[in-house]
Design a protein around this ligand. Structure first.
Ligand code: SAH
Length: 463
């Protein structure tokens, strides 16, 4: 590359041209597109050049060029179509510091005027270093037909919006906006309703992109409590109010789902203990997919999401995609259940600790520190303990637990069909088998209902 293409700032600067004939006119037609101050110096001036001077587009000095005429000029053109005269004027201009071009004389020129496709402010310059002017013209003709004339108008209007678009994050979001403008909204508005409509279209387009940007997805991991909608936190209600998508567990009641925003998509990701309706990895993927679609996802879990909720697996999936999330606690089954048997989870002088344990885990029946639990006064809330009741009972008795230790099973805590079954460790099985509970149940080891009489009314009659 012997010539380096640049775009020269000529606004308000001098460009001097020596010559008054056809070659001069051809160059002047191009130069008049710029915002430079043009001076034409020649002893013979063509009528068209005079006309342009009358229109204020250039200034004429009607004589042969003299030293001093090219002072402060950025560019100088020798267009006399006379080698000797062009060499003379070029020497003056060169001495006065202008960059010199002699028309049709590449060897003595310091710069080339390229073939130009003008869609101001979009300008395409084509140069062949003098090797193939025909080729340059062919490329120019091709581009002229390919680039819509509206391109310049759109680019000019777009330029006035450059700062407004700064509200969009740099990179892909901005590029998407501009390509939607230049290749969709802009040309369409111009064709349908003219230049005036383009600004409005651009504003509307920007608004919609800003809205879309604000609406980046998020996830609330929400505790739904044990079932009674009144046991929802205010935060949980608010989250449901703005939910686009609710993905809930099997244990979340219909009454609570009723509170979700009318337009929300409700997805049942219900899974049962031992054998799941939907694998956890599918649930993770579902949450992530909806959040990445820009939705506000409420992942609604029974009780408190941090208690036997597989919360951490979901958080890991969400974090892996940089999706913002919050955890909204809920009332766990154990808290709601003790309230309904008039007991405390911990009590001075009785139990200074309470264990939340699960009857089974991913490997089957869950093992615990049975020996510690077997000591007098221990209290444990056993989640998912229906199927493992016989196993737990056996382990505790084996480790020396008192067979008369109270055990209370509470099914459907906080719901209309709640039932409380008071029994003892020795009687846990067969009581549970006989009760044949269908709903979720939590078992308290070491706690009896406070009011035995009231409780008796709620006890089922066993055959
Ligand atoms: N995150 C939930 C627990 C999920 S594990 C919570 O904090 O409560 C599912 C177990 O929770 C069920 O097998 C049952 O033991 C208990 N559970 C959940 N809701 C219950 C309800 N309304 N009544 C009784 N037990 C419930």
């Amino acid at each position: 590359m012997k010539h380096f293409p640049i775009f020269l700032a000529v606004e308000g600067r001098r460009i001097v041209l020596s010559g008054g004939g056809d070659a001069a006119m051809a160059k002047l037609r191009l130069l008049m597109k710029t915002e430079a101050h043009l001076t034409v110096i020649a002893s013979e001036i063509a009528p068209d050049i005079r006309k342009w001077a009358d229109q204020g587009k250039l200034r004429i000095i009607e004589r042969a060029m003299e030293p001093g005429d090219a002072l402060c000029a950025a560019l100088f053109y020798g267009a006399n179509e006379d080698d000797a005269e062009d060499a003379r004027v070029a020497a003056i201009a060169h001495a006065e510091g202008a960059l010199v071009n002699i028309v049709d004389n590449l060897a003595d020129s310091q710069f080339i005027t390229p073939a130009i496709v003008d869609r101001d402010p979009v300008t395409i310059a084509i140069g062949t270093e003098g090797a193939a002017p025909v080729l340059a013209r062919a490329i120019k003709a091709d581009l002229e037909t390919r680039l819509p004339t509206s391109l310049g108008i759109l680019a000019r209007i777009g330029k006035t919006f450059r700062h407004a678009v700064d509200v969009l994050p740099m990179g892909r979001k901005r590029r998407d906006f501009w390509s939607a403008f230049y290749f969709g909204t802009g040309p369409k508005a111009l064709a349908d309703a003219g230049e005036g409509a383009v600004v409005l279209a651009l504003e509307t387009l920007l608004d919609s992109h800003i809205m879309a940007e604000k609406k980046s997805g998020s996830v609330d991991l929400v505790g739904a409590g044990p079932g009674d909608p009144e046991l929802l936190t205010l935060k949980a209600r608010r989250a449901l109010d703005k939910a686009d998508v609710v993905i809930h567990d099997r244990l979340v009641t219909g009454e609570i789902l009723e509170l979700a925003r009318r337009e929300a998509i409700i997805i049942d990701a219900g899974k049962e203990g031992f054998g799941r309706a939907m694998p956890q990895s599918d649930i993770d993927a579902l949450i992530v997919k909806h959040a990445l679609d820009g939705h506000h996802v409420v992942r609604l879990k029974a009780g408190d999401p941090t208690v036997f909720g597989r919360l951490d697996e979901e958080i890991a999936a969400i974090e892996a995609h940089d999706i913002p999330y919050t955890i909204i606690p809920g009332i766990t089954a154990a808290s709601a259940a003790v309230a309904n048997i008039g007991q405390s989870l911990t009590k001075r002088g009785r139990n200074s600790a309470v264990r939340l344990i699960t009857g089974h885990d991913t490997k089957g029946y869950a093992d615990h520190d049975w020996k510690a639990l077997a000591a007098a006064g221990e209290v444990a809330a056993i989640y998912m303990g229906k199927k493992s009741a016989r196993f737990i009972q056996g382990r505790l008795l084996m480790h020396g637990a008192d067979p008369t230790t109270p055990v209370t099973i509470i099914e459907n805590v906080s719901r209309a069909n709640q039932q409380i079954i008071a029994t003892t460790l020795a009687e846990l099985e067969p009581t549970l088998t006989q009760a044949d509970l269908k709903g979720p149940a939590i078992t308290f080891y070491g706690l009896a209902p406070r009011d035995a009489a009231a409780n008796a009314r709620q006890l089922r009659e066993f055959a």
